[in-house]
Design a protein around this ligand. Structure first.
Ligand code: HEC
Ligand code: HEC
Ligand code: HEC
Ligand code: HEC
Ligand code: HEC
Ligand code: HEC
Ligand code: HEC
Ligand code: HEC
Ligand code: HEC
Ligand code: HEC
Ligand code: HEC
Length: 466
């Protein structure tokens, strides 16, 4: 049975054929308009979505077969003899070849990316919520999260991308399809790092772990808190605590904040006043060898020295009260070495000789410290009973400049002062103990670390200032 549409199609084709014949005749006017396909070929309601005769419904019932349309609307469906392009009303439909092929020029993603159409346009057929609409084809069957819903960039888990990802147990494969395998934008052009430079954590892996990443970025710990919670113990959406078993807990397994001193420095305690001398600072970047300047002679000074009392951090550094105190992590390595205590710059020679100690980063050497022999004892101000020990007007140290990362011989007996010191009555190491009693023994070993390198002259069991 011939439908009205079929009959009209034949009529239109006949006209079109006549136009072609006429057009090919050279004697006739060539600028005659090509006759349009017959007006009013379509049913009433053909263009009214509310009627059963609506072309969308007719096509849908025919599984979207356009064969019956191309004769008048052209193979490309862009007008033909009907002079009515399908794209005049729906700019993206009928979908072109390659619409679902990511590598094709007509790929729908590219079409939208290049702003050749808008999401609102898709919504007319795929539904206001993109779950199918009249087309019955949901966008979410292929990319479950796109188009992104209202509230996607917000913080309400029910609608936010964070909440969505939580539901996916943080699997980001889907996002990578459009935001790039490196999450720096990909075809979408929207980088995840534009809003939170710390997430996705793939950047940590590239930097060699989150500690190293944090160091290079200047410790943006506030960012960690927005997701991992104000106390780092797990956030509302990201329930991952920083203080789980094995991570950010003290030796007893008790939770401790990542801002605790010993997170970045060896065995520190949480408050500055509680800094123990019992353990060396581990280097910020994880070094552990004394030959590395970041580690150097810390251990020897802080606890294990054989020559003198333990030296506190504050004697060589300005100690921050909190991790975020100014002058601390807001500056880059190397660490600032400043001599805040009196010992390194102790005035000797009856208060007239002032050392100006300095650490030289280029050579890793400690220069001009009292501790390493930058001192003088004057005969002129010595007690009468001790004058015999002076072979000269002054007994003085060797002002040695030890290399911080050098071998232990940098602090060998005899480096800081001679045995005995310059200007001192001749004596062998074995007999120092005869007069410097309680300081050293007959084998030349320091026996009381509180009496050596203490800023005092210790002789015959008495003490006096230089
Ligand atoms: C015999 C030629 C012919 C065929 C076949 C044909 N059309 Fe048309 N169509 C036209 C002409 C001519 C117009 C111009 C407007 C009018 O006069 O109806 C048109 C207009 C339209 C319009 C716009 C209606 C309006 O009111 O502006 C739609 C929609 C349409 N066609 C869809 C289709 C679809 C879908 C098919 C295939 C199922 C199809 N047409 C097949 C000739 C044809
Ligand atoms: C005029 C209605 C209409 C509009 C507008 C429309 N689509 Fe479609 N779309 C359909 C129909 C109907 C189908 C299924 C039949 C077909 O492919 O022709 C479809 C299929 C698709 C498919 C293939 C689905 C599959 O399962 O293979 C994709 C992808 C798609 N549309 C994306 C889009 C995008 C993106 C937009 C907006 C830029 C859009 N569509 C606009 C009606 C439309
Ligand atoms: C005069 C405007 C107009 C023209 C021209 C037109 N359409 Fe439509 N078409 C619509 C409207 C309006 C809808 C309903 C959806 C919407 O609002 O976009 C629709 C829907 C459709 C749908 C239904 C998709 C679905 O969700 O099931 C198909 C298929 C379709 N058109 C095919 C065509 C084809 C093929 C042509 C060209 C031959 C064409 N249309 C030309 C206005 C038009
Ligand atoms: C048949 C599967 C399929 C359907 C249905 C589908 N898409 Fe896609 N779409 C893809 C694929 C595949 C990609 C490429 C990215 C990827 O792998 O996730 C893509 C990418 C896109 C992009 C590219 C974004 C960018 O990074 O440039 C947009 C926009 C898009 N789709 C919109 C839509 C919309 C809107 C709908 C529904 C109207 C839809 N898609 C339906 C398969 C589909
Ligand atoms: C437009 C800015 C923006 C972009 C782009 C962005 N996010 Fe977010 N993201 C946020 C905001 C805002 C939060 C809520 C937490 C906060 O305040 O930082 C968040 C939180 C998250 C969360 C944690 C869950 C939560 O809600 O606390 C994850 C996981 C996440 N985003 C992943 C991603 C991924 C993956 C990308 C890239 C595909 C991305 N984000 C791109 C703004 C953005
Ligand atoms: C099919 C492609 C596609 C997929 C898959 C996709 N996105 Fe997007 N995303 C886009 C496009 C395109 C934009 C920018 C325009 C827009 O919002 O439509 C965007 C924007 C965003 C934004 C907002 C950026 C801003 O500045 O407003 C966030 C956040 C986001 N995406 C996160 C995600 C997350 C998280 C995932 C994985 C669950 C994901 N996206 C998956 C394509 C995609
Ligand atoms: C946008 C939200 C977000 C921000 C900002 C964020 N994280 Fe995360 N983090 C997560 C999510 C989600 C997970 C769990 C899934 C994963 O590993 O991707 C996680 C996991 C981790 C893990 C692994 C925990 C485990 O159980 O393996 C570490 C370590 C971590 N984050 C450290 C940090 C640090 C350090 C910062 C600050 C520089 C930070 N995070 C900032 C969301 C975030
Ligand atoms: C005797 C002086 C001295 C004492 C005491 C001392 N330091 Fe240092 N510290 C240095 C020197 C010298 C460097 C090397 C600077 C360089 O890198 O060239 C240094 C480097 C550092 C560094 C940077 C190296 C790194 O990568 O980790 C930190 C952090 C540090 N010290 C912390 C401490 C802390 C904490 C204490 C107390 C527990 C302490 N120091 C005690 C002299 C000292
Ligand atoms: C998040 C990691 C981190 C935490 C937590 C931290 N530090 Fe540091 N600290 C560093 C870094 C990095 C440096 C080297 C920066 C520099 O050269 O100024 C440093 C340097 C130091 C220095 C050497 C002087 C200086 O500023 O260069 C001392 C002393 C020190 N820290 C003590 C502390 C104390 C005390 C605490 C606890 C209140 C603490 N640190 C907590 C990372 C940290
Ligand atoms: C016979 C006693 C005697 C012997 C032996 C002796 N000293 Fe002294 N030493 C003194 C006296 C007395 C002074 C001067 C004290 C003063 O000026 O108050 C002195 C001064 C010093 C000073 C400078 C001031 C101070 O006490 O720091 C040093 C250093 C020193 N001796 C090291 C040694 C060493 C090392 C030996 C062994 C190699 C040694 N002495 C052996 C008696 C002795
Ligand atoms: C790191 C530098 C340094 C080294 C190494 C060193 N001394 Fe001293 N020594 C000093 C200083 C500084 C004084 C000055 C007095 C003081 O502060 O105790 C001193 C003083 C002395 C005195 C005089 C008693 C006193 O303390 O006033 C004796 C004895 C002495 N040293 C013996 C030794 C012996 C023995 C060795 C090797 C086992 C040695 N020293 C290695 C720095 C050093």
């Amino acid at each position: 049975m011939k439908t009205p549409l079929f009959r009209r199609t034949v009529a239109a084709l006949t006209l079109a054929g006549a136009a072609l014949v006429l057009g090919s005749c050279s004697e006739l006017k060539t600028d005659l308009p090509a006759p349009a396909a017959e007006k009013g070929v379509h049913e009433i309601g053909w263009n009214d979505p509310t009627t059963t005769a609506f072309h969308g419904k007719v096509l849908k019932a025919g599984s979207y077969d356009f064969d019956a349309c191309v004769t008048c609307h052209a193979r490309a469906l862009n007008g033909g003899t009907s002079k009515t392009s399908c794209y005049a009303c729906h700019t993206s439909y009928p979908h072109k070849v390659g619409w679902s092929d990511t590598s094709a020029t007509q790929f729908h993603g590219k079409f939208l990316r290049l702003s050749m159409g808008t999401l609102a346009d898709c919504a007319t057929c795929h539904g206001a919520n993109y779950t199918g609409g009249t087309s019955g084809r949901s966008c979410f069957t292929c990319h479950a999260s796109y188009p992104h819903k209202t509230g996607w960039t917000g913080t309400v888990p029910a609608t936010s991308h964070g909440g969505y990802l939580q539901g996916k147990n943080w699997n980001l494969t889907e996002c990578a399809g459009c935001h790039g395998a490196d999450f720096k934008g990909g075809s979408s052009g929207k980088s995840c790092f534009a809003c939170h430079s710390a997430y996705p954590h793939s950047e940590f892996t590239l930097a060699g772990g989150h500690a190293a990443w944090l160091y290079t970025k200047g410790y943006p710990l506030t960012q960690c808190k927005t997701c991992h919670g104000a106390t780092y113990d797990g956030g509302a959406v990201v329930s991952k605590s920083c203080m789980t078993s094995g991570c950010h807990v003290d030796a007893g397994g008790v939770k401790k904040t990542p801002e605790a001193c010993n997170t970045c420095h060896g065995q520190f305690r949480a408050v500055a006043s509680d800094i123990p001398t019992a353990a060396p600072p581990k280097s910020v970047l994880g070094d552990s060898l004394a030959s590395q300047h970041s580690v150097g002679a810390h251990q020897k000074h802080l606890v294990a020295g054989a020559l003198g009392r333990d030296v506190k951090c504050v004697e060589c550094h300005t100690v921050p009260a909190t991790a975020f105190a100014s002058g601390h992590i807001d500056t880059q390595l190397p660490a600032e070495v400043v001599f805040n205590d009196t010992l390194a710059k102790l005035a000797t020679a009856n208060g007239t000789y002032h050392p100006v100690p300095a650490y030289v980063t280029a050579t890793y050497k400690c220069n001009n410290t009292y501790c390493h022999g930058n001192w003088k004892a004057l005969r002129s101000t010595a007690p009468e009973a001790y004058l015999f020990a002076y072979a000269d007007s002054v007994i003085e140290g060797a002002n040695y400049a030890p290399a911080w990362n050098g071998p232990t011989t940098e602090a060998a007996c005899g480096t800081c002062h001679g045995l005995p010191p310059k200007g001192h009555l001749a004596a062998s190491l074995q007999i120092c103990a005869n007069c410097h009693t309680g300081v050293v023994n007959g084998s030349g070993v320091i026996i009381d670390k509180t009496k050596h390198i203490n800023g005092k002259i210790d002789v015959f069991g008495t003490q006096r200032p230089f």
